[in-house]
Design a protein around this ligand. Sequence first.
Ligand code: PEP
Length: 253
Amino acid sequence: MTRRFLVGGNHKCNGNKESLKSLIEALNCANIPPKDTVEVVIAPPTLYLDYANTQINRDRFSVSAQNCYSESKGAFTGEISAEMIRDLALDWVILGHSERRHIFKESNELIAKKTKHSITQKLQVIFCVGEQLSDRNANNTEKVLDEQLHSLSTALSVEDWKNIVIAYEPVWAIGTGVTASPQQAQDAHVYIRKWLAEKVNEKVSSETRILYGGSVTATNAAELAQQSEIDGFLVGGASLVAASFITIIQSVS
Ligand code: PEP
């Protein structure tokens, strides 16, 4: 089973219209593999989604929201819905990022509900999982992954999984400059794939793309990408620097 590489750039709450404009200009003329070899998705802050989608070369890149709520509309001040993302003609949303889980205290259940709702609106979801340093030190990595995946699988039908890309992002590696070693990342990805085979089915296990995220840089991407179970990256900081992001994209082909 060939899984197409995917590289996501999560801008988080960074940048402005001017910096996004230069980033997009650089991406539009970058020498990167075609979309059917490497899929590239950028996730600017919500306010710039429409701008990004009108400026970017959509034959080569897609634009993703960084989050959305679990309901279609209503009295949820500050939130956006999956329907609104679709209304902008976007296909992607990131859900369950560790910053949503830990800073904004989103529960496994809420994230699973958001994911199901997004899929009903025909969005593709980059669903993030990952353990904190204390979990890893206490040998609880697998337990944390089990819990995060379990609540997702109870919300989804088997069919829904074709709209899911999993991003394994150990919290201790996000924005810290400490990258998981290729072996640590590979081991976690093998575990997630085994989990999918046992709890969902073999087909979902072999077809679901599993990205690695956590201090991926232009320097370490190529070695990580060589791991058999790493199907791409979710990149934070390095996705804001055109040259680094382009090198990361080139390194996975
Ligand atoms: C992220 O935000 O998903 C991330 C992995 O960040 P960074 O690459 O900066 O560690």
